[in-house]
Write a protein that binds this ligand. Structure first.
Ligand SMILES: Cc1cc2nc3c(=O)[nH]c(=O)nc-3n(C[C@H](O)[C@H](O)[C@H](O)COP(=O)(O)OP(=O)(O)OC[C@H]3O[C@@H](n4cnc5c(N)ncnc54)[C@H](O)[C@@H]3O)c2cc1C
Length: 474
């Protein structure tokens, strides 16, 4: 029926400072329960609750397994054994429960599933009861086109139109609202800031001297920053609305979402059909998209695919009160050139982070008490802020491969297995363009012209560039 491309790269077929320690536990559990916090929802950061609940309402019951788990088994076993023949692939396509199984319901999985839905039969399998529970629900919600390595920046730029004019199904108005970003340098970080200017392009920034920096963010200590680079192209993203919009778009295109469906085994039979087994049942399709976030290398191992050397790195964030009597809403995001702390307004309060990148095995990440203390210390060193109480705190895993660029492309080892991983700290801002790129490859189409025009080519994202990488084991 559909024009999906069950190819592989190999064959060329497809193409408080009372740092209230309880706050961590509260927040951690709140991710899956009701925090009742208007703050987090207002901030556009979907807690597990915010995205999950809506998704549950929309998807629960109706979505789960209406597609008939186990439904493909009989048809699959009746198929011919010639996996290389086009006939076998076509038969496999017709025999499965879907054309494409997308594994992982965070921003990556939801966005690619949505982009595919009109052209292929898509089933999204999510381990948790609430899609968005892991990294997607824990971001700082920034669209910052000067942030990240080259291909990430190109994807971020290519997504601007989508953020500004999303499809109607996302609701009214843009998904972003302006928020400038200010990179600041104390004397010892001057050279680093110069490097950022050189790499990103000097025309992207307004240069600020010490006085102008303090006018922009009056809470910065006099004498802290001697040089500043202000980018006016950044924005806050309404992450919850965006994620929900993709899930709605998926369903409107005939796709389904199965929650509580952790894929525990992934095998491909002689007829070219993948079978994803979960405790809720099994689903079959000729193509699998690995959008499992921090778990992507583990899912790859399950499928017999090559390792991409993905390392999940924990990052912690805290919400603290704004200084008494100050309206912080118009402040830019402030980050030091060495990226050892940042701060941004968040619904009348301040979101602060030690910008940590602590490697750990995939899990429901929790903030470490030491990270919280370091965060407060760094922010109080740079700013005249008296942080006595942490209102909430959380941690999430930003997962990187060696070059910090995303991995999007067919496995070189197993047919019909597509990688969509390694979005690191940029997976929200890059999602619309990255999903379009991945959907085009999955459907056997060329790189969308506007994405190519940003200087991005498929080889920059292909898993093949990571040949020889080893699986991270902690
Ligand atoms: C503190 C912090 C700040 C950040 N700030 C920003 C920012 O300002 N801007 C930005 O663009 N990005 C930011 N990021 C990064 C961004 O959040 C991530 O890049 C993005 O959310 C990754 O999305 P994902 O879908 O790949 O991962 P996830 O959201 O983690 O989704 C992966 C999903 O796969 C599921 N899964 C895993 N294994 C299986 C399995 N076997 N079967 C079924 N399902 C499975 C998981 O349950 C999970 O829901 C930030 C991240 C953090 C932690």
């Amino acid at each position: 029926m559909s024009d999906i491309n069950a190819g592989t790269g190999a064959t060329g077929e497809g193409t408080g400072n009372t740092a209230d320690t309880d706050a961590g536990r509260d927040m951690g559990s709140a991710m899956g329960q009701d925090t009742g916090s208007a703050l987090r929802e207002d901030a556009g950061r979907p807690t597990g609750r915010a995205t999950g609940q809506d998704a549950g309402q929309d998807t629960g019951g109706t979505t789960e397994h209406d597609t008939g788990h186990d439904g493909g088994r009989d048809a699959g076993s009746a198929m011919p054994g010639d996996t290389d023949s086009a006939t076998a692939r076509d038969t496999a396509r017709d025999a499965g429960d879907a054309d494409i199984l997308v594994i992982g319901g965070g921003m990556a999985g939801a966005s690619v599933a949505a982009m595919l839905a009109g052209s292929a039969r898509v089933i999204l399998l999510e381990a948790e009861s609430q899609p968005g529970y892991h990294t997607t629900g824990r971001s700082a919600a920034m669209y910052e086109p000067t942030y990240g390595p080259r291909a990430m920046r190109a994807l971020t730029r290519a997504g601007l139109d989508f953020f500004t004019n999303p499809p109607e199904i996302f609701g009214e108005g843009p998904l972003i609202s302006p928020r400038a970003s200010l990179f600041v340098a104390p004397e010892e970080e001057r050279a680093l800031l110069e490097t950022t200017r050189d790499e990103v392009g000097r025309d992207q920034f307004e240069d600020l001297d010490a006085e102008a920096i303090r006018r922009a963010v009056p809470v910065l200590k006099a004498g802290y920053a001697v040089d500043g680079a202000l980018n006016h192209g950044g924005s806050d993203i309404d992450v919850a609305r965006m994620h929900q919009g993709f899930l709605r778009m998926l369903r409107a295109g005939g796709g389904t979402v199965a929650t509580d469906a952790r894929v525990e085994a992934l095998t491909r039979d002689a007829d070219g059909l993948w079978e994803a087994r979960t405790r809720k049942g099994s689903w079959r399709a000729p193509v699998v998209v690995n959008a499992a976030g921090a778990w992507a290398d583990q899912l790859g191992e399950m499928a017999g695919a090559e390792p991409i050397g993905l390392v999940p790195k924990r990052r912690t964030a805290l919400i603290v009160a704004a200084p008494e009597g100050m309206d912080v809403q118009a402040w830019p995001l402030v980050v030091n050139a060495a990226e050892t702390w940042y701060m941004k307004p968040d619904a009348g309060r301040l979101l602060i982070s030690p910008a940590n990148e602590d490697p750990q095995m995939p899990a429901d990440a929790q903030p470490d008490e030491l990270d919280v203390a370091i965060c407060i210390d760094r922010v109080m060193t740079a700013c005249d802020l008296d942080i006595r109480r942490v209102e909430s705190q959380w941690a999430g895993l930003r997962s990187f491969v060696a070059d910090k660029e995303p991995v999007a492309g067919w496995s070189d080892v197993v047919p019909g297995f597509y990688w969509l991983a390694g979005q690191g700290g940029y997976g929200i801002q890059s999602a619309p363009a990255l999903a379009r790129f991945a959907a085009a490859q999955l459907l056997g189409r060329p790189v969308p012209a506007d994405i190519a025009a940003e200087g991005l080519d498929a080889a920059q994202l292909a898993p093949g560039r990571l040949a020889g990488a080893e699986r991270f084991t902690g």
